[in-house]
Design a protein around this ligand. Structure first.
Ligand code: BGC
Length: 680
């Protein structure tokens, strides 16, 4: 008896706090009076029948309601409002009608600005609330393990630290309006097999690469809900994974909110889902509803499990004081939201090469060409699709309201010859569209190549032989190989830049704003330089290396390094310093940055840490931005959390023995050592 009690105690200790960080406290997470909320939830639970409780745990329809929202039932008897859920990551889903289309998540990841992302989250939250929603199915925070992933455009990048900071910014903003939903938990980085693929992953890779950003978003931004993924992880579907949902998310991290399934087919069995800790099945009851009532009656699922799920649902509703609000069209497509879409697009575009291509003086003649020059190209047609009333194409952006500018357009770029075009600058707009990449099944799925289409390459090469000032503008959701790079003077990665993208592009090209985007992913020279992307097999294995960690480990030079981006000024870094010790919560890297050029611009100072002798050469562990006028200098301080340097083994986090090297610089390929610290 005593030994059984001792075993129980030890096992409770082992699962309760393998992480030395405290679990998230309910009072910190709940924006209302947590104690009062808990009392109210308990009194509801006492008063509700099993049927009423189970009704809280699923949606009511495969397709959205007339307002374009996915509802869960309202309980009139107990005065409990229903959820009204809607996508998504780049604006209110098109099912709700017209809305502001922001640049996609990957573009916003390239801003490296969590505060700007907070404003985006708030703006999208405001619009979906104005359309009657109370749960926003965003942000998408899955690691871009490979640039061919079809939903690359929705997420923020390849790095967990960067992802966590950006996602937390979005959630903090969105939750001033509605409940946000961090998705898809977890290890969801393939489209074509997303419903069936089973991913095997070891503990270190899972906890150090695929989960830290979810934890950060929960602990720092207090997200109200988490959506489980379709794929299986180490056996069960993510929606039925006790390890992911119960052990890690709820027990270890202390997540007090609710877990919602991904849409249709995510949950496979009633008992498996309920036991694992799936709280809400969407968009309608397949394994919950009547099947759950039967499972309780048969003793297959305990009513206590149902109560726990309902408790989380009611707690979240009460803490976030959700309403079933009336639509308010005055809060949709406001001038502020559209101006923000433009500002974000300006901040997101990444100047990758500039041998005299930018900026373009107003007096110069510009020829705009390329397949996408006059195409509204704002992302895929999957669940993140948005229907704006207009999209400023690159050509419109160049010509609109620009009487002083000499802009011409040639649709057939191959007809451009030196004599036909006497333009000073040729801008070629090419890239990917919804036909090339997007969400699986309902959109294009995974991409098949890192190369641009043959016709785009032919156009670039053709134009390059007829002009000595060619700027290639690339649209798309992730990395592109550029065997033609040496033939052109400039390359600007514009991503899918949202409804105001054309204006933003013109602002950058004409020098109204200095480029400040930085790559949130690595651009490899070639597909062979990256880990295998197997979107055919139903069994795949992930390790901890991808993107820059993979390239660094193999000592392979990227085409453009993670974090890279040029601007039209230059920055000089002084000798950096490192302050603090590994016994403290944080250490700090300080470096003075000077704008040595002639244009005001923003610099993103990045700090990477690696343990000497380890096969992880370096990982991003901090970043900060500074805006500097020409000639101005500022010391930028970047804090690094010592907890982020630990590794995960056997259910516990530990700072491994060794010497930790702290490097700082403008991107992962250009760093100076700020100092080293040794863990005994
Ligand atoms: C997607 C989710 C989305 C849901 C509702 C699913 O197919 O994976 O990201 O929120 O549909 O549209």
């Amino acid at each position: 008896m005593r030994s059984a009690a001792l075993a129980l105690l030890l096992s409770a200790c082992a699962t309760a706090e393998p992480d030395s960080e405290p679990r998230l406290a309910l009072e910190d997470w709940c924006p209302a009076d947590a104690e009062a909320v808990e009392a109210e939830v308990r009194s509801h639970l006492d008063a509700m029948s099993l049927e009423e409780k189970v009704a809280q745990l699923s949606g009511t329809s495969l397709i959205p309601n007339g307002a374009g929202l996915w509802p869960t039932p309202t309980d009139e008897t107990h005065g409990i409002p229903g959820f009204r859920m809607v996508d998504g990551p780049r604006g209110a889903h098109r099912a709700t009608g017209e809305a502001t289309a922001f640049p996609v998540g990957m573009a916003r990841g390239a801003t490296w600005d969590p505060v700007l992302e907070q404003r985006v989250g708030e703006a999208i939250g405001r619009e979906v609330k104005a359309k009657g929603a109370n749960v926003l199915l965003a942000p998408t925070v899955n690691i871009l393990r490979h640039p061919l992933w079809g939903r690359a455009q929705e997420t923020y990048g390849e790095d967990p630290h960067h992802m966590g900071r950006m996602g937390a910014g979005f959630v903090t903003g969105a939750q001033t309006q509605v409940i946000a939903d961090a998705k898809h938990f977890a290890v969801n980085s393939i489209e074509d097999t997303r419903f069936d693929v089973s991913v095997s992953i070891d503990e270190r890779a899972l906890h150090e690469v695929y989960l830290p950003h979810f934890k950060h978003i929960i602990h720092e931004a207090h997200v109200g809900s988490v959506m489980s993924a379709y794929n299986h992880v180490n056996g069960p579907p993510a929606s039925e994974s006790p390890t992911l949902l119960r052990d890690i998310l709820k027990n270890e991290w202390g997540f007090p909110g609710f877990v919602v399934s991904d849409w249709v087919w995510a949950a496979e069995t009633t008992a498996g889902s309920a036991t694992a800790g799936l709280d809400v099945e969407m968009p309608y009851a397949e394994v919950y509803g009547d099947a759950l009532i039967d499972a309780v009656s048969d003793g297959e699922v305990s009513e206590a499990l149902v109560d726990e799920a309902v408790h989380r649902v009611l707690r979240t509703k009460l803490c976030f004081a959700i309403e079933e609000s009336e639509p308010d069209p005055t809060q949709v497509l406001t001038d502020e939201a559209r101006a923000l879409a433009r500002e974000v697009a300006e901040r997101s575009m990444v100047l990758l090469k500039n041998d005299g291509a930018l900026p373009v003086d107003d007096g110069l003649s510009v020829l705009v060409t390329g397949r996408l020059a006059d195409v509204a190209n704002i992302g895929d047609t999957g669940s993140s699709t948005v229907d704006p009333p207009y999209v400023i194409t690159p050509l419109q952006g160049f010509t609109e309201g620009a009487e002083t500018r000499a802009v011409s357009h040639v649709a057939d770029a191959l007809s451009v010859t030196t004599e036909l075009s006497d333009a000073d600058v040729v801008v070629v707009v090419v890239g990917y569209t919804e036909d090339d990449e997007g969400e699986g099944l309902i959109a294009a799925g995974d991409r098949t190549s890192l190369q641009l289409r043959d016709e785009d390459i032919a156009v670039i090469e053709h134009v390059a032989t007829h002009s000595d000032r060619v700027l290639v503008v690339i649209e798309g959701g992730s990395a592109v190989a550029m065997p033609w790079l040496d033939q052109v003077e400039g390359v600007l990665m514009a991503w899918y830049p949202g409804m105001e993208g054309g204006h933003a592009l013109a602002d950058l090209i004409y020098g109204t704003v200095a480029p400040s985007g930085r790559l949130p992913i690595s651009f490899a020279q070639d597909l062979d330089d990256l880990p295998e992307f197997d979107n055919v097999s139903l069994e795949v294995r992930y390790d901890r290396w991808h993107g820059y960690t993979h390239l660094d480990r193999n000592d392979t030079a990227p085409l453009f390094a993670f974090g890279f981006g040029l601007t039209t000024t230059t920055f000089a870094y002084d000798t950096p310093t490192l302050a603090g010790s590994l016994d403290e919560d944080t250490v700090e890297v300080d470096v003075q940055v000077t704008n040595t050029g002639a244009v005001e611009a923003i610099e993103t100072v990045q700090v990477y840490v690696g343990r000497e002798g380890s096969d992880v050469v370096r990982e991003l562990r901090g970043f900060a931005q500074v805006k500097l006028a020409p000639g101005a200098a500022e010391t930028v301080s970047v804090p690094v959390r010592v907890a982020d340097l630990r590794s995960r083994q056997d259910g516990a986090w530990q700072l491994e023995e060794g010497t930790y090297r702290f490097e700082v610089g403008p991107h992962s390929g250009e760093l100076n050592v700020a100092g080293t610290l040794t863990a005994p």
